[in-house]
Write a protein that binds this ligand. Structure first.
Ligand SMILES: Cc1cc2nc3c(=O)[nH]c(=O)nc-3n(C[C@H](O)[C@H](O)[C@H](O)COP(=O)(O)OP(=O)(O)OC[C@H]3O[C@@H](n4cnc5c(N)ncnc54)[C@H](O)[C@@H]3O)c2cc1C
Length: 257
């Protein structure tokens, strides 16, 4: 059965597997464009290349000094990813103890003799690698979580070597050429739950950070939750109905650090 589902898996590598057929891939670029269209249709304005360099509390809210000029608003939503604690510090807010962690991924050629198009995303039980088809090629990663400081992170040579080694040991794949490699930051607080809520230290400053490796799939619900809280509305029923506990994302929870 394993060999039928995952033909390139080396015989004897795995004794058993868990098969989840209730999931699907997200087209992240299309999702992102959809969010932007919706935001603009609702009157939102997007300013890119606008690095916030100073955050000042005013009598009516906040003023952000950026490389594209100043912006004033009643509330600030701190959704600055790996930089959330840096921005929080500028605003005089408490630290949430965010730790950015590097994850590296590579694109390699599909192995000869296998049809990879129907391969499922395959991840080992210790989450030491994963592999999935990607537009006729394979995307592979050693699922690393290496501590970083907030930065424009690059893949490390050692990451690449470890990734290739793990994939070659598990699959009948010989990596002859790496078409592309990149790395990104997945940012976590200590308990690995997201942080969504108003700062207890400074008024009108909303934390929306720490989504770790799940910020794409959790974005619709987490953003809807955050918008409801900022606007003083009830949490949508369909979110509460899933068993969501708001205490698990509070910025002042004890398991944060
Ligand atoms: C290799 C990899 C694989 C992943 N796989 C998955 C997956 O399978 N499923 C999933 O759901 N998630 C996945 N993720 C995680 C997901 O990408 C993140 O959780 C998500 O992107 C976080 O979104 P965000 O908007 O909070 O932060 P970001 O996308 O990091 O955006 C923050 C933005 O704030 C900007 N910023 C920072 N400081 C300032 C400043 N001072 N002024 C102005 N702007 C600033 C940054 O430039 C950036 O554009 C993965 C991440 C990586 C790296």
């Amino acid at each position: 059965m394993l060999q039928t589902r995952i033909p390139p898996l080396r015989k004897g590598y795995a004794a058993a597997a868990l098969w989840d057929d209730g999931t699907a891939e997200i087209d992240v670029a299309a999702l992102h464009q959809g969010y932007l269209r919706q935001f603009k249709a609702n009157g939102g304005a997007v300013h890119t290349n606008a690095e916030v360099q100073k955050v000042t509390k005013t009598s009516s809210g906040w003023t952000l000094a950026s490389t594209q000029g100043a912006f004033s608003a009643k509330y600030v939503v701190n959704a600055s990813g790996a930089w959330a604690d840096v921005l929080g510090e500028m605003a005089g807010a408490e630290r949430i103890g965010l730790i950015p962690k590097r994850r590296t991924a590579l694109i390699i050629d599909a192995p000869d003799g296998y049809d990879i198009n129907d391969l499922p995303l395959t991840v080992d039980v210790h989450e030491e690698f994963y592999l999935k088809p990607e537009a006729g090629k394979l995307l592979i990663s050693q699922a690393n979580e290496d501590r970083e400081t907030p930065c424009d992170v690059q893949p490390d040579e050692m990451d690449i070597a470890i990734c290739v080694d793990r994939i070659e040991r598990a699959f009948d794949i010989s990596v002859r050429r790496i078409e592309r490699s990149w790395a990104g930051l997945r940012s976590f607080v200590a308990d690995k739950c997201p942080v969504a809520g108003f700062s207890k230290q400074v008024e009108g400053f909303y934390w929306l950070a720490g989504q770790g490796g799940y910020g794409i799939q959790s974005a619709p619900a987490l953003a809807e939750y955050a918008a409801a809280k900022i606007l003083g509305q009830d949490i949508p029923e369909h979110i509460v109905g899933e068993g969501f506990d708001p205490a698990s994302v509070k910025p002042d929870r004890s398991s944060l650090h």
